[in-house]
Design a protein. Sequence first.
Lengths: 319, 599
Amino acid sequence: MWTYISRRVLQALLILLIITAVCFLLTRLSADPMSQYANRQGMTAADRAHIAHSLGLDQPVPVQYVKWLWLALHGNLGDSFFSRQPVVTLISQRLPLTLELMFTSEVFIIIISLLLGIVAAVKQYSLLDNVITSFSFIGYSMPIFFIALGLMDIFAVQFKAWHLPYLPTGADIWNPHDLGALAYHMVLPVSCLVIIQVAGYSRFLRSSILEVLGLDYVRTARAKGLGERTTLIRHALRNAMLPFITIIGLDIPFLLGGAIVTESIFAWPGMGRLFWEYAERGDFPVVNGVLLIVSSAVVFFTIIVDVLYTFVDPRIRLS
Amino acid sequence: MKRSYYFIVAVLVFASMLLASCGPTPATQAPAATATPAPVATTAPAGPTATTACAPKGNAGIPFPSGGKTVTIAFSQEPDLVDALFSSMSYAAWTAQMTLVGLATWDSTNTLVPLLASEIPSTANGDVSADGLTITWKLKPCLFWSDGQPLTSADVKFTWQVLVDPGNAVYTRAGYDQITSVDTPDPQTAVLHFKALYPGWQTLFTSGPNNQGNLQPMHILQGKTGLEKDPFIRWPTVASGPWLITDWVAGDHMTFLPNPNYFAGHPKLDQIQIKFVPDMTTEFNALKTGDVDFGPDFSESDIPSLTPLEPAIHTRVDGLGDFEHYLFNLGIQGTGPGQSDVSGPCPFQDVNVRKAIILGIDRQTIVNTLLNGKDTVPASLWPNSSWYDTNLQPYPYDPAQANTILDTAGYKQDTPGAIRHGMCGGKDTKLSFNFETTTKQLRKDAAVAVQAMLAKIGVEFKPTFQPAGTFFGNYAAGADMATGKFDIAGYTTGFYPDPYTDNFLCSSVVSKQNQGGDNNYHLCDPKFDTLMNAVNASADPAARKTAIDAVQQYMYDNYLVIPMYTRSNVMAYQDRLILPPTSGFSGMLADTFDWDVKK
């Protein structure tokens, strides 16, 4: 076991090193942060050179990368080029609200996917199954910005016009310490994320349950005289859930990255917006910092899931 | 190392989970000022100006009263920092105008008016020396920072020291580096000594639409260097303007309360909040629901959507000195002064080709259709400003004349509709040009329209669109415009409040030998250099106007650039909001002191 874990950790380190190098190179190729200062009246070439020097941009890219990596290994992700704040500070400001949004969404996604997936599988080819399937495909095929803006138009703009109680656009000033206000402002963004994710997850779970329901051991359970509900919950669902749990587990690290579109549309000050707004300006330290944290979390949770599998599923052998 | 690395990752992940369970991001506390403690509000500060009648009224923002008047503004981008001396961002400049101000500013008529100064220096009042090398600014009496410390000429001198300190990565030192010393004979007088004539002195220590000269508080920042990383620069804890930032939740909003010591008194409002709303559709919806009172960053293409919202929501369009223009690449390959790494298209060296292309573009139709007729077609590159030569008429749209000119110039069409070609530099050359600009939708739409218009005169115009970061990249980044690897390019800029620019000088042509140059036109014309330099040969505004008129006439006669259309600030606001008369020259939020709401 320890040999296996050690091997995976070494692989993970190598993978992370490659990821950081590729991300660093790609961000350097994607935009020039000094372009923010191009075409600005009053700036001289000397001004631009001075700023480039202060940001370390006058050094060769490999040197910049090695310096960044060395600092990152010591927990210092550098300073933002533009706000001049430490990247760790910027991330710590945004991460809590992203986690609140994403974990709340994930809880709803799991519960609703489970319900819809089970119902659709048990009632295969029924009217209910067809309705769930249809809505799943609609939800899956719609872009999230369309869902977000559509929900906002109906439940915020039109409801207000109709003099009905309406939900906020997210552009109002609210106190995030107030749990009531927090819940009120979460309704629309969480709904968007749930609609998009539930569509895929419920289809996946439905297929998984149907596959298990056709196996011999389920038939044996029924032959023993177990009721349909007991057979489903105690026997079929436990096995059908395994791949579903794997997907959920692998989703967790991505929750740290936030949801760029949803956070932007609902003015939610989270990680997704942080990444996007700073990427647009070529603020590489922030972009690389976010990428490092998310990729580290992905690698970390992948190892955790792999190790847990060896305990959960006796068919898996480390050899 | 492995262990510590995973420890960092684990701490980050689990700490964030813990934070999430504890609640949302708390409002970041204002960074502690490292200054000497502010005096008790009722005590006059020490110093020559301290008298019983001259005392600060407080040392913190005036709390928002119950039932007070508040307004919410939406910004599509969050300012990176507020002290505009260190930022190139418009949103930083707008925010700075509310809280950190300079000696003077530009009003709605594009006139420089005193702010912290008591009067504008001039030759008539003796504050501009006869040789133009000495400028004397006199401050208003009884000025205080919001923390109760006196605001004096020492702050003017300190601001200059901050700007010229090589340890500070300021946005620009242009002009300030021409000052040799600043004398402060008394707390209300600052005497600037220039080493050479600097006609643009009005842009120094003043706040305008395109310049930021807000004063720095000496009592907070004295003795420091590398100020771009100082917490004060991001979030100023004291104010010289009408508002003090009292709350800033990263990524979410800022709150401004009145500065108790602002020289003009209490603003008409009791509070302003700025909400960061990155999506313009959301901003539009938030105006409709009343979540937001004022949206400052709409564009002309939004006007058809905003107009039907009257009378609940009003739209205001303020003309700017900014303009969109297309550049001919006029570069000549070589390694000498004023030469480029590569030559621009050979036909552009012929003034007749440039003229025909300009006459072949129906710019008024572009303004009428894509900009809803709210902007104008300028004749030169100094539109909407007092420097504009009103005697010049915009080039007309005349495709027939364009065709005739090109025929005469030797560029023929083999068949109707074909691309013209002719001999240039000894080679048969097609009038086929690449056009580069950014991915902004308005530019894309305009480029497609121009493509169709030029096709009618047998000129092929092939647009390509690049992200702004790539398009505006520098020479080292290999950007096409900087390296001269383009035919025609298009973007927005502006030359105001001071009319001088080195963007057209031979010495500024970007090349391998001059990578820091900013002459993207790759134009090197000694005659034009002489005219442009004449603009800076005098400190007398009247003489400068004559000189800049000559510049505009030369550009006009030689068809050096294509002035496409002017730009405007497009704002939308709730009916309850009362805004004073203003213009694009005032700066977006420079007049918030006079904002009010209906009862």
